[in-house]
Design a protein around this ligand. Structure first.
Ligand code: IMP
Length: 425
């Protein structure tokens, strides 16, 4: 088979189950590359019955013959990254620097970024975004303001110290004067940074060059998105979004691979809808329905543990996401969770032709629902399309027709093999 470079992205508000899909498709790739976000993401993998939550390390890491790359578009908390590597080592997966490449151009999350993220959210009261508190926004701010600390400087002791020392007075003015918190000292930050930098240095490299060599050698790259389309800083429900571009187009800027090298875009969507953090959510269920689905679906954030808001499948939202990402395929996840519902609702569109363009538009959107019959059978053991209950097939087909893309992968349970392939992906 010819080499195929694929992007996997979320089509909703994150938590669509991308980690599992990446882990599955990684078998056909030589490199798995993250291109945006940071440890605000939480990708849950269930392998051999054991659960592993990754926040920064790409989800292909459990395949020993695959190289994982953290692209320049990612913001990296070095402490978190090293803790993840330690956790992997404890499970018998010691990660060699050849197996994990960290881009020289990736920006580093520093202790004051985390502190400012928390302090700002606290000061916003009921206007808060509901961030994960990991320092993501403040780090991207520094990147765009052209004063951020890149990995290449982080691992150089002298340049790192000078860079942080130059940043610190302004950060401390905000921390002390605006938020009334204790300032940080350069020695404190250095005591934290120095040992982390020493450990990370062997992993830091010119990742674009490695990716170019791989494509020239005919190897396949799998680009792993984090968060979801409606958390995209440009196309999501701004300002209730994350601070990076989460759509498939960001795979190029976030790794240094050109758009002509992308061959397939797989959009991951749950068979229903969830959201964590603040912001509009048109297809929200009643409290009672939500409590039921949250319990069956285990809908609690993988990063923060926060309960996720739950709603019916919103085709208006996913239809737009298919277009924003140029999705060629859908991976429909958590279909098994809907077993046992006598009837299901699908939001087909919003009244008055309203489109999911912004937080204001979505706050006014009135979802129009279609009710379709459910199915009672447990489908977690089903592995072929033909064995799915007819009403389940119809549910999937209705979604495909409404959003305009084929559901080539159906996930019917958390395990690696609990999946139905409808074509050779
Ligand atoms: P931040 O990315 O921590 O700045 O948070 C901004 C918004 O994105 C908040 O609503 C978060 O809950 C949401 N968010 C960030 N990362 C994820 C994710 O991986 N899954 C779901 N929501 C996320």
């Amino acid at each position: 088979m010819a080499a195929k470079n694929r992007v996997v992205v979320g089509l909703q508000w994150g938590d669509e189950g991308k980690g599992k899909i990446v882990d599955l498709l990684a078998r056909q790739a030589s490199i798995v590359a993250r291109f945006q976000g940071g440890n605000n993401a939480g990708h849950t993998l269930v392998v051999d019955g054991k659960t592993l939550v990754l926040h920064l390390v790409p989800s292909g890491i459990l395949h020993a013959n695959i190289t994982c790359a953290i692209g320049n578009g990612v913001v990296v908390d070095p402490e978190v990254l090293l803790k993840e590597l330690d956790a992997l080592a404890d499970r018998g997966h010691t990660i060699h620097p050849k197996q994990l490449l960290v881009a020289e151009g990736a920006h580093v999350i520093l202790p004051f970024h985390r502190q400012l993220d928390g302090a700002r959210e606290a000061s916003l009261g009921d206007q808060k975004i509901g961030t994960t508190g990991r320092g993501i926004g403040p780090t991207y701010e520094d990147k765009i303001a052209r004063r951020g600390l890149r990995m290449s400087i982080f691992v150089d002791d002298e340049r790192r110290r000078n860079h942080i020392a130059a940043l610190l007075p302004e950060k401390n003015r905000q921390i002390e004067n605006w938020y009334g918190q204790a300032p940080l000292t350069i020695d404190e930050i250095e005591a934290w940074a120095k040992p982390l930098a020493a450990r990370l240095a062997p992993y830091v490299t010119d990742t674009p060059a490695v990716l170019h060599q791989a494509t020239q050698a005919g190897q396949s790259i799998l680009f792993e998105g984090a968060q979801g389309t409606f958390l995209d800083v440009d196309h999501g429900t701004y300002p209730y979004v994350t601070s990076s571009n989460t759509i498939a187009g960001a795979a190029c800027a976030g790794t240094g691979v050109g758009p002509t090298q992308i061959h397939q875009v797989i959009g991951v969507t749950k068979a229903y809808t969830t959201r964590v953090g603040a912001g509009p959510f048109p297809s929200a269920m009643t409290e009672e329905e939500e409590a039921k689905l949250r319990k069956i679906g285990g809908e609690f954030g993988a990063t923060t543990g926060r309960p996720r808001r739950c709603g019916w499948f919103d085709a208006a939202l996913v239809r737009r996401a298919v277009l924003l990402n140029g999705a060629t395929d859908l991976a429909l996840t958590k279909l098994d969770i809907l077993s046992g519902y006598p009837a299901l609702q699908i939001c087909t569109h919003y009244a008055d032709g309203c489109a999911p363009t912004s937080a204001e538009a979505l706050a006014k959107a009135l979802p129009v629902y279609e009710t379709v019959p459910g199915w009672t059978e447990d489908i977690s053991g089903v592995r072929t399309w033909a064995d799915l209950p007819i009403n389940c097939q119809r549910y999937v087909q209705r979604i495909e027709a409404l959003v305009g893309a084929p559901a080539t992968l159906l996930s019917v349970g958390p395990g690696r093999d609990e999946v139905i392939h409808r074509s050779v992906l």
